[in-house]
Write a protein that binds this ligand. Structure first.
Ligand code: S3P
Length: 158
């Protein structure tokens, strides 16, 4: 079974997905990295040159391309904005629920997401939180310690 990690930018998806893949001996897949590899462009470049709509098409295509069945997939924060993506994400979808204040701290030291040049984190969250819940099979709090979150997920999978 594949496990899709969803949640806001900065919610800790990549870190959790990598650790989980290592512990469970699953393949780690980064959906943004797949998009960059397929398009031979950086995410920022896709947004700048072609806009969000095109990016979403590439993201959906990348989901269609996944052909493993024991992978942990770290998805871009906006994967839930395209309703039909839910059906393409066959497997378990885990939503990392992280407070905006925690996300803000984490993003301070990270690269600037292209969408956050156009909107705020609060706005993105308001637009998306119901969608994350709709996609999710389980909601996992990730406000605290990464190892703790990974343990919670591993227990859930037992
Ligand atoms: C996006 C989040 C990014 C990336 C793109 C769009 C979004 O991924 O897919 O910039 O719409 O929230 P992360 O969630 O890994 O930052």
């Amino acid at each position: 079974m594949n496990i899709y990690i969803i949640g806001m930018p900065g919610s800790g998806k990549t870190t959790i997905a990598k650790q989980l893949a290592k512990n469970l001996n699953y393949t780690y897949i980064d959906l943004d990295a797949m998009i960059e590899k397929d398009s031979l462009m950086f995410i920022e470049e896709i947004f700048e040159k072609y806009g969000e709509k095109k990016f979403r098409e590439l993201e959906t295509n990348a989901l269609k391309e996944i052909n493993c069945d024991q992978a942990i997939i770290s998805c871009g924060g906006g994967v839930v904005t395209v309703k039909n993506n839910k059906e393409l994400m066959k497997g378990l979808k885990l939503y990392l629920d992280t407070d905006i204040t925690v996300i803000k701290k984490r993003l301070e030291s990270d690269y600037q997401r292209p969408l956050l040049k156009q909107t705020t984190l609060e706005q993105l969250y308001d637009d998306r939180f119901l969608k994350y819940q709709d996609f999710a099979d389980a909601i996992i709090n990730n406000n605290y310690d990464i190892d703790q979150t990974v343990k919670v997920i591993e227990n859930y999978l037992k």
